[in-house]
Design a protein around this ligand. Structure first.
Ligand SMILES: [Fe+2]
Ligand SMILES: [Fe+2]
Length: 179
């Protein structure tokens, strides 16, 4: 059972996420998207979980705004499909830093494996705007710029929650030993 961080709804089985799941199920079931489970992205969150977070919130915001929620959901899943651990992958001579170049790598992987529309392409390749200098072309692309940052903040919060829980456990154990 998977959930976007901060959401109580199971993606696979809750009624609230049914439409979302229908839009992205083929992507979530694919080997290449599942490969993102191997790579850590922000703090303790995997690339897969991060993309699910971005996709889900992108879908919700775009649906609320009357934008293309299906494309928003699909581009969210694919937007960080770069498939390496950016912390320990050395940069080749002449390569831009990861933050600048990974949207293009994600797009290349996405178009090699799935049908990607022009709007989805723009969302994937511009999600790091303004780092990627070209202006987003569609309203959905501005939404993904925001939901990507929002997801990163949620992931940071989740990471510190985990750290605090483990500190509290250690404290309890230490107290038990001295009492
Ligand atoms: Fe990214
Ligand atoms: Fe991202």
């Amino acid at each position: 059972m998977s959930k976007a961080i901060g959401s109580k709804y199971s993606i696979e089985s809750s009624e609230e996420a049914e439409e979302f799941y229908h839009y992205v199920k083929d992507l979530l079931d694919s080997d290449i998207v599942c490969e993102m489970k191997k790579y850590r992205h922000h703090y303790s969150t995997t690339c897969y979980q991060h993309c699910l977070n971005v996709s889900y919130y992108n879908y919700l915001v775009c649906r609320k705004l009357g934008l293309d929620a299906k494309k928003a959901a699909r581009a969210g899943i694919l937007h960080d499909l770069f498939l390496y651990d950016w912390r320990d992958t050395p940069r080749k001579k002449g390569d831009l830093p990861h933050g600048f170049r990974h949207p293009q790598i994600a797009l290349e992987n996405a178009v090699q494996n799935f049908d990607v529309s022009k709007r989805e392409e723009d969302m994937i390749v511009k999600h790091m705007w303004p780092l990627t200098l070209k202006l987003p072309r569609y309203a959905e692309s501005y939404v993904i710029v925001m939901t990507d940052k929002y997801a990163a903040m949620l992931e940071l919060g989740e990471h510190f929650k985990g750290k605090l829980r483990s500190l509290a456990r250690k404290g309890e154990n230490a107290l038990r030993k001295v009492s």
